[in-house]
Design a protein around this ligand. Structure first.
Ligand SMILES: Nc1ncnc2c1ncn2[C@@H]1O[C@H](COP(=O)(O)OP(=O)(O)O)[C@@H](O)[C@H]1O
Ligand SMILES: [Mg+2]
Length: 328
């Protein structure tokens, strides 16, 4: 990989609550995204995905670790020094209802980054807004409307148009379709895929639903309780999942082919993930893992493997402990 657009190294974020407890939201995450690459960051609610996004965008200060954007260490840049970096990274939020200013017209919302960075005004700005509206599949006259007049899907298209108007190097999309009706999700995902192909931006695509990134991500990283437990190419994760957690997530996902669905082994995980305030010792996953052994209770496994890596004592060169690559 040439110099990554985003590189996150040993990122840690511990929140302190009012009750003096420490929430280990992110506990040593490293990842890199190359030019034009889409990385899917997948994990259950509470696993620390949004906290990673907030640290990347400097919306919160990390406890430890580093964030590089296009080779530049931005971890401790001042607000002022961050300004030019903010042209290169934009976020699309989960909730298209609360993330758009209700008092601004759609045209003003989409054009706001141009104004903030003093890149275009007047006619030139209007033309760029019109181009973006068209690119995200919205009619030109919608620019005079307000967010409450639009559907959820239309609002998320506005969020995308605003995020992309400066042609950033990196888009962080934090569950961009999770708040939308299932019927609308596919069309917004297709739009993201089309825009990514045409504009070539890199993307950190966050989702709790592995099936959402099946057609979008080049590589996938699976998070559990603040740590990445498996990472690999999309093909590696879907065809040969190795960590028991990834194997369970995949076994629960619906498959279009009913024959495969019937033959597929289903792994049901018991209970909810433990609290990141008191993560279990050893492997964080051992309390829910169907194959945990004594060692897993004591010894935290490191992410091991070249390219396709898993953090599990039971992964062997033949595959993961629950489903072998040939078994399903
Ligand atoms: N500002 C905060 N203060 C305290 N705890 C937080 C804060 N933000 C998130 N958390 C906690 O950190 C953990 C990870 O949260 P988050 O990054 O939002 O996970 P995800 O996006 O995967 O659902 C959760 O337990 C959450 O409750
Ligand atoms: Mg989140």
């Amino acid at each position: 990989m040439s110099e990554p657009v985003l590189e996150v190294t040993d990122l840690v974020k511990h929140y302190r609550t009012s009750g003096r407890q420490v929430v280990r939201a992110v506990d040593g995450v490293s990842l890199a995204i190359g030019h034009g690459e889409v990385l899917g960051l997948v994990g259950e609610s509470g696993s620390g995905k949004s906290t990673v996004a907030k640290c990347v965008l400097r919306l919160t200060e990390p406890t430890a670790g580093r964030v590089h954007i296009a080779g530049r260490d931005i971890t401790h840049l001042s607000r002022r020094a961050m300004r030019p970096v903010r042209r290169d990274i934009h976020i699309v939020f989960q909730d298209p209802y609360s993330s758009l200013n209700p008092r601004m017209t759609i045209g003003q919302i989409i054009g706001e980054p141009l104004r903030q960075h003093r890149l275009a005004r007047g006619r030139a700005a209007q033309d760029r807004v019109a181009t973006m509206l068209e690119r995200v599949g919205l009619r030109a006259e919608l620019r005079h409307r307000y967010p409450h007049e639009l559907s959820g899907g239309q609002r998320q298209r506005v969020g995308l148009a605003r995020a992309l108007i400066l042609e950033p190097k990196l888009i962080v999309a934090d569950e961009p379709v999770s708040a939308l009706d299932v019927s609308v999700q596919a069309s917004v995902l297709n739009l993201v895929a089309d825009l990514q192909r045409d504009m070539g931006f890199s993307c950190l695509f966050i989702t709790h639903d592995l099936s959402v990134v099946e057609f979008l991500a080049d590589r996938i990283a699976v998070m559990y309780l603040g740590k990445i437990v498996e990472t690999g190419t999309r093909e590696q994760i879907f065809a040969d999942p190795r960590h028991p957690y990834t194997q369970a997530l995949l076994s629960a996902a619906p498959v279009p082919d009913p024959a495969i669905q019937r033959s597929r082994q289903r792994i049901v995980l018991g209970g909810d993930p433990p609290s990141p305030t008191h993560p279990p010792a050893g492997c964080h996953f051992h309390t829910r893992c169907p194959v945990a052994i004594e060692r897993c209770r004591l010894d935290p496994p490191a992410l091991f493997g070249d390219g396709h890596a898993a953090a599990c004592h039971l992964v062997t060169p033949a595959g993961g402990p629950l489903l072998t690559s040939k078994g399903v």
